[in-house]
Design a protein around this ligand. Structure first.
Ligand SMILES: Nc1nc2c(ncn2[C@@H]2O[C@H](COP(=O)(O)OP(=O)(O)OP(=O)(O)O)[C@@H](O)[C@H]2O)c(=O)[nH]1
Ligand SMILES: [Zn+2]
Length: 344
């Protein structure tokens, strides 16, 4: 396997080039981060894989697999602004966002042509992708064993007409994903357990995940595995597969939710009250659309649930405490009322 990659093949593009000063252009080498450890960083650069020291004054927690940086061959000197960022944070902890991947172009939202198919989950992933700045594609696996894969494809297309839908056998995707898996492109997979992510990743990288990493012949002739989380695709391009990818959840995704439910978002703007909850308020444009049959009430329910979930997952520690306190107060008041009614 060759270990050298022209920059364009690694995903280098003009919006990264533009960030370099003339001096940097003359003296430093662009590199793509393939793994991040506590005190070392693995990267791919045009001359091959490198193990680098982190930049002075920058915690490795601020570096993501897929990031572009500039190095002098020994140390990563700085990171370049990202095109997209996938991150997460634990609910209600207010913890800093944990970076999962950077500069992913396409997120394959994977679900199966069976009971795993769930519009609410697909919408959640669509919102997550859009909030991160990544283009979503719906991939329906197990098309080979579904009685009517076209029907599943139609159901998926109904969720969001703007999103491409591909139904396939994850074991043999052929060139069905060739629009997104090509030189310079970076993809990632998201979906629940058992839908075929590992199977698809293996097919796209042409190998077992454990062996798909790029191997470097070092001076002693030993093999060192690099590119741990940045896997080269058979058709060109890269697959980012970090452990956190599988536990991605919605947070700070308000803009992604609005983009995914833009029909409801627009209607809500026409409600009489700015804080309309779209239940029984007079002048509610959303309820009017439901009454007119142009909006599915189930979709309104999913939108509201997702917004609540995002709000809770995005709140800071102080906000979470305030919510708990308010809830405690409410419960205590309710208990007091109850005992008053009982005449205690
Ligand atoms: N016939 C068929 N089998 C599939 C397809 N995709 C996945 N499978 C099978 O489904 C099972 C689960 O697939 P995995 O690739 O392990 O699923 P996963 O999404 O990686 O699951 P986790 O590792 O739990 O996240 C395996 O036995 C696969 O062989 C498909 O498109 N067609
Ligand atoms: Zn309303």
């Amino acid at each position: 396997m060759t270990d050298t990659f022209p920059l364009a093949e690694l995903g280098w593009a003009s919006d990264f080039l533009r960030q370099l000063t003339l001096d940097e252009l003359a003296t430093l080498t662009p590199c793509r981060i393939s793994a991040v450890h506590r005190s070392r960083i693995e990267a791919l650069c045009p001359t091959g894989p490198l193990s680098l020291l982190p930049p002075a004054g920058l915690s490795t927690a601020e570096i993501a697999v897929g990031d572009w940086g500039l190095c002098d061959g020994t140390r990563l000197l700085r990171l370049l602004a990202r095109r997209s960022t996938l991150a997460r944070r634990a609910a209600g902890t207010g913890a800093d966002r944990q970076l999962i991947a950077a500069n992913v172009d396409t997120l394959f939202i994977v679900t199966s042509c069976n009971a795993d198919f769930n519009p609410a989950r697909i919408e959640r992933y669509l919102a997550l992708a859009r909030a991160a700045g990544v283009a979503p594609v719906l991939v329906l696996t197990k098309a080979d064993i579904a009685p009517d894969p076209a029907a599943w494809q139609d159901r998926a297309a109904m969720i969001d007409r703007r999103v491409p839908v591909v139904a396939l056998d994850a074991r043999a995707p052929g060139d069905r994903l060739a629009d997104w898996c090509r030189p310079g492109q970076t993809v990632a997979l998201l979906g629940s357990s058992g839908v075929g992510k590992t199977t698809l990743a293996n097919a796209l990288t042409g190998a077992d995940q454990a062996t798909a990493a790029i191997r470097e012949d070092d001076a002693k002739g030993r093999h060192t595995t690099t590119g741990r989380h940045l896997h080269r695709l058979v058709q060109g391009g890269w697959l980012i597969d970090t452990p956190g990818m599988r536990e991605l959840r919605l947070s700070d995704a308000g803009a992604g939710i609005a983009a995914t439910f833009d029909d409801l978002d627009t209607l809500a703007g026409a409600c009489r009250f700015a804080d309309c909850r779209h239940q029984t308020e007079p002048g509610c444009a959303v309820q009017a659309a439901i009454a007119a049959g142009t909006v599915d009430p189930a979709r309104l329910g999913r939108w509201q649930k997702l917004r609540r979930e995002d709000r809770i997952n995005s709140e800071t520690l102080a906000e979470a405490h305030a919510r708990d306190r308010a809830f405690g107060k409410m419960t205590r008041a309710a208990l007091r009322d109850k005992s008053r009614l009982r005449g205690d």
